[in-house]
Design a protein around this ligand. Structure first.
Ligand code: HEM
Length: 125
């Protein structure tokens, strides 16, 4: 009985540490992706602002342009929310995984919408 209890406690301890390791590793991997995303977005923003300034007269009155800017603002806000969720997960709040999933899906949807509105912008102005 004592041996069995000892083995089960050992297994529980192992599962606890193993679970924590993969969990933290996955968050580290995601944090590494952030650097690439932020660098890419910075370049896209810089080229977007340059294109906007080249024809400010026509973009300032374009509904498509302002919808796209609204979507960009939502993408940034969502990115911030996702970062906060990651911090909470690191501090050991597993309930936040559902929010992590939601903000990830929102990010993907917003990204494709911005791509669509960027292309629309090019063909409507
Ligand atoms: C502050 C952020 C941004 C600004 C000010 C901006 C501005 C612009 C402007 C003015 C154009 C029109 C260019 C033209 O018709 O000559 C454009 C096109 C485009 N943008 Fe953005 N943009 C921004 C962010 C983004 C992001 C984050 C994405 C990607 C998700 C994106 C994707 C595109 C695409 C695909 C086009 C069409 C390019 C083409 O067909 O030649 N933009 N953007």
């Amino acid at each position: 009985m004592v041996v069995l209890r000892g083995v089960s406690q050992l297994l529980a301890l192992w599962a606890h540490f193993y679970g924590r390791t993969t969990w933290t590793r996955e968050l580290d991997r995601l944090a590494a992706v952030h650097r690439w995303v932020v660098a890419g977005l910075t370049l896209i923003f810089a080229s977007g602002v340059a294109m906007m300034l080249a024809e400010i007269g026509s973009f300032a009155t374009s509904v498509v342009f302002w919808v796209k800017m609204g979507l960009v603002a939502l993408l940034i806000g969502n990115g911030y929310a996702r970062l906060r969720v990651e911090v909470a997960l690191r501090q050991g709040s597993p309930a936040r995984w559902s929010w992590f999933r939601r903000t990830s899906i929102a990010s993907l949807v917003l990204w494709f919408l911005i791509l669509l509105f960027g292309t629309l912008l090019h063909s409507t102005t």
